[in-house]
Write a protein of this length. Sequence first.
Length: 336
Amino acid sequence: MKNYVSLENLTIKNLLDTYPYSREFFDINGLPIDSVSNTVKNYIASLPYVFLEDMGVDREGLLKRFLAFMGRMEDIKEERSFSIHDITILGGRDKNGKAEEIELNINMGEILCIVGPTGSGKSRLLADIEWMAQRDTPTKRQILIDGSVPPGNWRFSIEHKLVAQLSQNMNFVMDISVKDFIKLHAQSRMIDDIENKTQEIIDHANDLSGEVFDLYTPLTSLSGGQSRALMVADTAFLSTSPIVLIDEIENAGISRKKALELLVGQNKIVLIATHDPLLALMGNKRIVIKNGGIQNAIETTSNEKKCLVRLTEIDNVLLRYREMLRNGEMLEDTEI
């Protein structure tokens, strides 16, 4: 723990400017800020005895509480800045006990697609990665971080949460605006320049969804596509987790290509379980799952990239038709 005693001699204005999260201490303790020119020490000294008595603390105790709060918040900020460079999947066994002969390395900024029939074990592999499996799951796989076994406490640490997960089904129950939702998340991450970051997230979300909404739109009124677009943008810019797991995004109602490009552009490892050939070929590598085991790991070839260009053209035609129908336009025979 660092020494934060000097904080008591800062003016409240300097404190709030330098450590924006310090305002939370005043808010949660019901401490009114009448003047920002006072030092923290003098401010606490000026609080009426009756007020302190209601709080159940004396001036010295309140000062110690303040310093402890600041120390903990700074420790959390440092913990949340952790990063990784790569993960390695060491093979386990399939449902019949057959060994997976594989050692697969995935680097930051890469997309790994996981393909296979329904029920083949795609979600199980995602779960192994999320839990940083150490030969202690049904598959007996092992996950290494930067080539080493991760510290045991990472598996249960909020600050070292390795994975953020996005799914097709996202429903908000908080009765607040989009702006307030993003700001709450940004404040919890101790993000600087929250206003600009909030606008950046909403701009990217609208680019993904195609259904424009603004900062004052209630969360509960967002469509399924808008909700997923918001969460992709929010995860890209605010999540400290270096890995993003996406379980079936093909029917999510957003631009899949743009969503993946946004996440990779923020230096995330993107793992995606999919049945969509377009998404499967967007990855740097793809894992083929059968009978609960990893059958093969394939690098996307240059020929497959050429196929992807053609598939993208077809997909763009389908997207254009979808927008035309949404807008009440008629499709002519010559367009099909």
